[in-house]
Design a protein around this ligand. Structure first.
Ligand code: SME
Length: 173
């Protein structure tokens, strides 16, 4: 199921594939302001498009707690429910608001192993249009060093376009 979705054949080149999926995400979400729907769609479409994705989803900033993430829409095996800022890879991304690219999770101090099959991961902070951190986007792979700068740049762009655009999610006039 990683070859295509909605009958669209995706390019083999990773950067081109990200560009194609990005267009599809924008088309599907046009006019949909609901954050859960937007996050669920991003997680579903990216997970379906890439073979190197094993766990794909959001940890959202819990508005009721200080500096704590709670699991949001995801695709994959059971994820941990809560992660404090500063803990594990997701917590590091939230605390520093920078993308974390981890080639070998066993070499990352304090990595949280929700599924022992995860070997490498990338976590990208998600900001809203006001520049506030609303979530982190976490992708784990069952392969070592599965992610590189192409994944980081593409995911940062998709998340910015989807959640930080001035009219992101606004219903069409
Ligand atoms: N790997 C993450 C924890 C979340 S799960 O893997 C789904 C981390 O160390 O932040």
């Amino acid at each position: 199921m990683a070859e295509a979705f909605n009958d669209l054949l995706l390019p083999a080149d990773k950067a081109q594939r990200y560009a194609a999926v990005s267009e599809e995400i924008a088309a599907v979400l046009a006019g949909e302001p609901n954050l859960v729907a937007r996050m669920a769609t991003v997680a579903s479409m990216l997970a379906a498009a890439f073979d190197h994705y094993f766990w794909t989803g959001f940890y959202v900033v819990d508005p009721g707690k200080r500096e704590e993430l709670v699991v949001g829409p995801y695709q994959g095996t059971l994820g941990c429910l809560r992660i404090a800022f500063g803990r594990g890879v997701c917590g590091a991304a939230a605390a520093t608001r920078t993308t974390q690219l981890v080639e070998d999770v066993e070499a990352f101090p304090d990595h949280i192993a929700c599924d022992s099959r995860s070997r490498s991961e990338i976590v990208v902070p998600v900001l809203d249009a006001r520049g506030e951190l609303i979530a982190v986007f976490d992708v784990d792979s069952d392969r070592l060093a599965a992610f590189d700068a192409t994944d980081a740049e593409a995911l940062e762009r998709i998340l910015r376009d989807t959640f930080a655009a001035p009219d992101g999610g606004a219903p069409a006039p």
